[in-house]
Design a binder for this molecule. Structure first.
Ligand code: NDP
Length: 286
C-alpha cells in the first residue's frame, strides 16, 4: 500500500480520496475550505493542516482543483515539501499549461504526471472510468497500482501536454456526437414523434454502427488520402436535404450547417469523388 495525499476536495477530489481509502491506501487530505475534509476524515483519511503538510505526508501528491492558476498557488505554498514526491495533477487545463507546470514541479525536485479524467465523480473507482496520464513515465510505472484505483490508467508518454490534448480531443468527439443527437431529437420532436423511442430503438444502434467507420477514416486522415468507400462527398451534399428538412419542420439548422459548408467547400475544391474524412484537410493543414 502507498501513501497518497489529495489536495482539493471538490466533487472530483472527494471521489478520488474515497477510491484511495476503499483500496486501503494511506490517504491524507487537504482542502482550502477545511470543513469539506470532515466526511473523509470520518471515513479514515488523515487531515493535513496545510498543503505543505499534505505534500510531506505522502509519496504521491494528487492535485484536483479548479484551474492551473490554483495549482500554481498551491505548489508555491508547498515548495520544498514536494521534493522527492510524485505530483499527479488531475486539474483540467491546456497542454501548454501542463508543460509549464511540469517544468516548475521538476525544478522543485519532484516528478510530474499530468492527468485527464474521462469520468464523472460517480464513475471514479469503476472500470468504465478512464484516466489519461503523461509526463514522467517512470513515475507512472512506479505508481501504476495507485493510479489504477481511480479507473483504467493509460500512459501517453513523456510529454506532459499529451494527456490534456487527448482529454480535450476526446471531449471534442463527444460534443460532436451530442450535436448530432440534439439536432435529430429536435427534428423528431418537431414531427410530434417519440424522441425516447427513436433514440433508444434507432439512433443509439445507428451511432454504434457508424463508429465502425472511424478507424478507416482515421487511417485516411493519417495518410492524407481519402478514397471514397461507396459514399462520395459530392453525393452527400448534392441536395441540402438536412437543411430543407430543418426549414420545413421549423428546426434551426445552425448546429450542423458549418459542417455541411465545409463539405461543400471540399467538393468545390475538386474533391467530390473522395470521402468525408477529407474535410480534416480544411480544418488543419500539416
Ligand atoms: P469543484 O467545483 O467541485 O471543486 C473545486 C475544488 O477546487 C474545491 O476543492 C475548491 O476548494 C478548490 N479550489 C478552487 N480554487 C482554489 C484555490 N485558489 N486554492 C485552493 N483550492 C481551490 O470541482 P470538481 O472537483 O468537480 O473539479 C476539479 C477538477 O477536476 C477540475 O479541473 C475539473 O475540470 C476536473 N474534472 C471534473 C470532472 C467532474 O465531472 N466533476 C470530470 C473531469 C475532470 P474550496 O472547497 O475551498 O472551494
Amino acid at each position: 500500500m502507498s501513501s497518497v495525499s489529495v489536495v482539493g476536495l471538490g466533487a472530483m477530489g472527494t471521489a478520488l480520496a474515497d477510491a484511495l481509502l476503499a483500496a486501503g491506501h494511506t490517504t491524507t487530505v487537504w482542502n482550502r475550505t477545511p470543513a469539506k475534509a470532515d466526511p473523509l476524515v470520518e471515513r479514515g483519511a488523515r487531515r493535513a493542516g496545510s498543503v505543505a503538510e499534505a505534500a510531506g505526508a505522502a509519496e504521491v501528491v494528487v492535485f484536483c482543483v479548479l484551474g492551473y492558476a490554483d495549482v500554481h498557488t498551491l505548489v508555491d505554498a508547498a515548495q520544498d515539501a514536494l521534493r522527492g514526491r510524485v505530483v499527479v495533477n488531475l486539474t483540467n487545463g491546456s497542454p501548454d499549461e501542463a508543460r509549464e507546470l511540469a517544468d516548475k514541479v521538476r525544478a522543485l525536485g519532484a516528478e510530474y504526471l499530468d492527468g485527464g479524467i474521462m469520468a464523472v465523480p460517480a464513475m471514479i473507482g469503476r472500470p468504465e472510468a478512464l484516466v489519461l496520464y503523461s509526463g514522467s513515465t517512470p513515475a507512472f510505472e512506479g505508481h501504476r497500482e495507485v493510479l489504477k484505483v481511480f479507473g483504467r490508467a493509460v500512459c501517453l508518454g513523456d510529454d506532459a501536454g499529451r494527456a490534456p490534448l487527448y482529454d480535450l480531443a476526446l471531449l471534442t468527439g463527444m460534443y460532436g456526437m451530442f450535436a448530432g443527437f440534439l439536432q435529430s431529437a429536435a427534428l423528431v420532436r418537431s414531427a410530434g414523434a417519440d424522441v425516447e423511442e427513436f433514440t433508444t430503438a434507432l439512433l443509439v444502434p445507428w451511432l454504434h454502427a457508424m463508429t465502425g467507420a472511424l478507424p478507416e477514416m482515421a487511417a485516411q486522415a493519417a495518410k492524407g488520402a481519402y478514397p471514397a468507400a461507396g459514399s462520395n462527398l459530392a453525393m452527400q451534399v448534392a441536395h441540402d436535404a438536412l437543411g430543407d428538412l430543418g426549414r420545413a419542420q421549423g428546426v434551426s439548422t445552425e448546429l450542423l450547417a458549418p459542417l455541411f459548408e465545409l463539405m461543400r467547400r471540399r467538393v468545390a475544391d475538386g474533391h467530390g469523388d473522395e470521402g468525408l474524412a477529407g474535410v480534416v484537410e480544411l480544418l488543419h493543414r500539416p
